[in-house]
Structure formats: structure tokens, C-alpha cells
Design a protein around this ligand. Structure first.
Ligand code: NAP
Length: 526
């Protein structure tokens, strides 16, 4: 069993063993690693990031920071198999689900590397062309976006040990802000291996990235006014993040990515058996079961026209019933266990609460699992579960409680307006999807759903064979959503940099402003 270490001030250090947390293989329940941050000076890590990492990154151009990200992406790709292995044994993900996380990490780093190349020799951004402020053509205003002088503290969820670190770090480093990243303790093995590789490959500028491997300790008490905090996780923890003394007292910029009851809506025009119907079924099954449903973008609510409810249930139920689940290292297996014993307990409790709230279980059992390649009763397995709410307006819990497992609820709607009302009951999603070729229905659905989601995938017959699945987060499009989803926004290409930059209005002589904006290098216009 290995002892994971934090990576602070350019070196790996272990916390005091009295604070050890044990990481397990969720398929076998065997211990695979221990980690502790007890006794580590995390305040000093933030100071080091501000004093060493910040100046190092700010001295670099966007193109140079992009080259760092390219180096990180390549270094990680070279150890792809080892990272997959770490995910399989500690996160319980199949090889395919592990690749989703790891290739997502290297792909996002590569995307921001290319953006850095495009932004070129500048070290900060200049917004637009500026405006004349008075009657004099000489007195002018321009907005610049400079890297903040603080550190970016990133707190991540258990379900993406590689992508979670990379998607946040890529954007911060490109912006010129050093990172202290904290993965969830339970699945930190892959994150530790990833940082170990980056250190070994010597691709990190001094102070650009540090890792807190284990409990957050007192790291958040040290946040200062130029720092930013980006959090991904559950809504209960999100509340803690929003009310941190340091964040409130010093107005630390905070971004939250939290729970989401993502919706998939089958348009009123879609005929059973059609290409669009098949696309809907394929996407729903994938989004329910990929990574054992432990994806923030997984589909939780399935809306179909009321008259199609039975047919849709008949389509989905057998596909879920025949899905092979079990030991994720077994090639036959398509779905692994949940990540921890607590996750399994929470999922069962969540299903029980939904059943009390007017929902029926129409496929699977939350209590009984017979996984392939694992003795019955071992591991944190749960079957894919299809629920059905026949009175979706009354079953309010189904729009409020996220069961973080391969579980979704099928519901009927009466007309496009009704569908938008039901989707909105989720109070904000990361992603929702609509499947329709009907322009009038689409107009109603898009206008009614867009304000309640960060991303909206529109499936239509013409893109049925080329569209991505809604759960796939691309670095070029924003990730985040309003309300329950946390109210945050990440990625989205160049937009993502804004969180790490201070936008400042410069007012003065146009000629002087032009020279300042030109900077030591040529700034990129945004
Ligand atoms: P979680 O229990 O909220 O934990 C998230 C992170 O917060 C972990 O790193 C955890 O560290 C840390 N943490 C917990 N309490 C803390 C505290 N008081 N101070 C500082 N850090 C603290 O969530 P999770 O179980 O890992 O993730 C599942 C949830 O995340 C789901 O609800 C899912 O929807 C959401 N999620 C959202 C997104 C998104 O992009 N919106 C993505 C993935 C997951 P320890 O592990 O050390 O406790």
C-alpha cells in the first residue's frame, strides 16, 4: 500500500500519519493507499504560489504559458495507461470510463495550449477597441484584463480525479495565475500519479502547480483578496465554501460547480423507432450509466410526451437490465461500482426518499447487486435504476434531489410549455438536452429551458450520427449552470480566463493608453 504525498513548494511531502485517510478499491473494498495533510504548512504553500509561481507565470507570454500546458498534456499522455490503472483500482471506473477522465484532462490541456499559441506574445488581454469618453478625441477609455496577483485554490470532486485538476489548472496557468489543487481524498490516487508525472517530466514552471493530497486542512483560512477559489462538489459543501470567513471578509472571488438534475426532453414530434428516437435512447442510457452515473452532467430527469411514456419505458428498461456491471478491470464489464461506501449509502437513501415522494421503481433494485467478477455482497455496486413519476408536477423531490448513481426518473409532459415548466423545477442544470425537428416546439423549448441551464444540446435528425453526448464537457463551451448547479462558469475557451484576470478600465490620453495596452509584448485583443 502506498502513502500519497502532497506536492508543496516543488517537493513531495507526506502529512503526519496520525491523520491518515485510507483510499480503497471500491470493487473489492481493499485498501490501496493512505494519505494525510496533517501538520503540513498549507499557508506557506499559498505564500509560495503568490511569491514564486505568480511572478514566474506573469513573466511569460500567453504563448509560453501555452507551451507549458502542451508539455503537461504530452507528459500525461505518455503515462496514460498508468493513470487508467490508478483510476480503475481507486475510482472503480472501467477502462473506458477512466479514459473519459484522463483523455479529457490531456485534451483540455492541449486545447488551452493551442489558445495560448493563438494569444501569442501578449501577457495580458485588452478588451475591444476602447471608447472616446468626452468631447475630446484624445481622452479615451480602454479595458485591460491583467492576471490577479494571488493564487487559484481549486477544490475538486471525487468523480474526475484527472480532468478535475486539469480543466481548472489549464485555464488558471494560461491566465498567469499559480494553482494549489486539492482533489477529493477518496479517489486521489490518479491525481497524485498525475502530479508525480508532471514533476518527473520537469514541465512545471516553479510554483505554478501544487497539490494538497488529502483533507483541505486550514488551506482556505489563508485566502486573500487577490486569490480565487474554484470549487466542484456537492451543494452542502458549496454552502460552506460560500460562507468561509476568509472568503466573506476578504471578498475572495468564488466559483461554484455543484449538483445538477440534468434533463433530457424528447420533442413532441419524435416518432418511436425514428433516428431521433434512437439517438435519445442511446444518449439517455449512456448518460445514466457512464462512470456509473457519477457524472455531474449525467441525465437525472427524462421527459417524454405523456402518450409516449410506456413506449419509452419499454425501450429503456431492457437496455439498462442487460448492462454488464461488475469488476471494472474485467473487459466484459461496462459499468463499475460507486466510488465509496458512503456514496452507495447515499444513493440508496436517495432512492428510498424518492419512492416515498410519489416515484415508482420500474427497473433494477437499489438493494441487490450481483456484479460480474466480484463475490456477491462485496464492493459498492448498484444496478442501473429507472424510476417513473406519473405525477411529475407533484413529485417535487424528483426535481430537487440528485441521486449520484446510475439512476434517472422518467416523466411525461403535456405540450412544449409544460416541458419547460418541468425542466425549470430543477432550479438550474449544468446541461440539458432537447431532441426535436419541429421548429415551433424547439423555439418554445429553447426559450423556456436556456435560462435554467449552462449548456443545451439540441439533437435533430441531421446531427443524429455526429452529435456528442450531452454529458461530454468540451473546453470550448462553458461548463457550469445557474441556481442549484452552483451559479458558476468554467472553460468556454477564452471566456474561462476572466475568472483569473482583473478587468480594469483605463482612462486617459489615447496615445498613452495605446502604448500601455501594447505592453512589453503585443497584447491580444479579446
Ligand atoms: P463533496 O463531498 O462536496 O467534496 C468535494 C470536495 O470538497 C472534496 O475535495 C472534499 O474533500 C472537499 N471538501 C469537503 N468539505 C470541505 C471543507 N469543509 N473544506 C474544504 N474542502 C472540503 O463532493 P463529492 O462527493 O466529492 O462530489 C459529488 C458531488 O459533486 C455531486 O453532487 C456532483 O453533482 C458534484 N459535482 C459537480 C460537478 C460540476 O462540474 N458541477 C462536477 C463533479 C461533481 P475531501 O474529499 O477531502 O472531503
Amino acid at each position: 500500500m502506498i502513502t500519497l504525498q502532497s506536492y508543496l513548494k516543488g517537493a513531495f511531502v507526506a502529512g503526519d500519519a496520525t491523520g491518515n485517510a485510507t483510499l480503497v478499491n471500491p470493487a473489492t473494498e481493499e485498501a490501496v493507499a493512505v494519505t494525510s495533510t496533517r501538520g503540513l504548512d498549507l499557508g506557506a504553500a499559498l505564500t509560495y504560489a503568490r511569491d514564486v509561481g505568480g511572478p514566474t507565470l506573469r513573466a511569460m507570454t500567453f504563448a509560453e504559458r501555452g507551451a507549458v500546458l502542451e508539455g503537461m498534456s504530452k507528459a500525461l499522455h505518455q503515462v496514460r495507461d498508468a493513470l487508467i490503472e490508478a483510476s480503475v483500482i481507486n475510482a472503480g471506473t472501467t477502462r473506458s470510463d477512466s479514459k473519459f477522465d484522463i483523455d479529457g484532462a490531456t485534451g483540455t490541456l492541449a486545447y488551452y495550449a493551442a489558445l495560448g499559441k493563438k494569444l501569442g506574445a501578449a501577457k495580458f488581454l485588452v478588451e475591444g477597441n476602447g471608447e472616446q469618453l468626452t468631447r475630446s478625441a484624445r481622452f479615451f477609455g480602454r479595458h485591460v484584463k491583467m492576471p490577479r496577483r494571488g493564487v487559484a485554490v481549486h477544490i475538486n470532486a471525487f468523480n474526475f480525479p484527472a480532468w478535475g485538476l486539469a480543466e481548472k489548472a489549464a485555464v488558471a496557468i494560461l491566465a498567469g495565475v499559480p494553482v494549489v489543487s486539492k482533489p477529493a481524498t477518496s479517489t486521489a490516487l490518479a491525481t497524485f500519479r498525475l502530479v508525480e508525472r508532471l514533476h518527473e517530466a520537469k514541465v512545471l514552471p516553479e510554483g505554478a502547480l501544487q497539490l494538497v493530497c488529502g483533507s483541505a486542512g486550514d488551506v482556505l483560512d489563508h485566502l486573500g483578496p487577490q486569490d480565487v477559489l474554484a470549487f466542484t462538489g456537492g451543494s452542502h459543501t458549496a454552502r460552506v465554501m460560500r460562507s468561509l470567513n476568509a472568503a466573506v471578509a476578504r471578498n475572495v472571488r468564488v466559483n461554484i460547480e455543484a449538483d445538477s438534475l440534468n434533463a433530457a426532453v424528447l420533442g413532441p414530434d419524435v416518432e418511436p423507432g425514428s433516428e431521433l428516437w434512437q439517438m435519445f435512447v442511446r444518449d439517455v442510457v449512456r448518460e445514466m450509466t457512464q462512470k456509473s452515473g457519477q457524472k455531474c452532467t449525467a441525465t437525472r430527469r427524462i421527459f417524454v410526451p405523456s402518450e409516449r411514456l410506456d413506449e419509452m419505458q419499454e425501450e429503456l428498461a431492457p437496455r439498462l437490465a442487460e448492462l454488464k456491471y461488475g469488476d471494472p478491470s474485467n473487459d466484459e464489464v461496462r459499468m463499475g461500482p460507486l466510488a465509496t461506501a458512503q456514496q452507495l449509502a447515499d444513493a440508496r437513501e436517495g432512492v428510498a426518499a424518492l419512492l416515498k415522494a410519489g416515484v415508482r421503481l420500474v427497473q433494477g433494485s437499489a438493494q441487490d447487486a450481483d456484479p460480474i467478477g466480484v463475490p456477491k455482497g462485496r464492493g459498492y455496486f448498484i444496478q442501473p435504476l429507472l424510476l417513473r413519476a406519473d405525477a411529475p408536477h407533484e413529485a417535487s423531490l424528483v426535481h430537487e434531489h440528485e441521486v449520484f448513481a446510475p439512476c434517472a426518473t422518467l416523466m411525461g409532459y403535456r405540450g412544449a410549455d409544460d416541458a419547460t415548466v418541468l425542466v425549470a423545477k430543477g432550479e438550474g442544470t449544468l446541461v440539458s438536452s432537447i431532441y426535436s425537428d419541429d421548429r415551433a416546439a424547439l423555439d418554445t423549448l429553447v426559450a423556456g429551458i436556456a435560462p435554467f441551464t449552462g449548456r443545451l444540446l439540441i439533437g435533430s435528425t441531421k446531427v443524429a450520427d455526429q452529435a456528442i453526448s450531452p454529458g461530454l464537457v468540451l473546453p470550448s463551451c462553458v461548463h457550469g449552470g445557474p441556481g442549484r448547479a452552483g451559479g458558476g462558469e468554467e472553460l468556454g475557451g477564452e471566456r474561462g480566463l476572466d475568472f483569473y484576470l482583473q478587468r480594469t478600465a483605463l482612462q486617459g490620453d489615447r496615445a498613452v493608453l495605446d502604448k500601455v495596452a501594447a505592453g512589453p509584448g503585443e497584447p491580444a485583443a479579446s
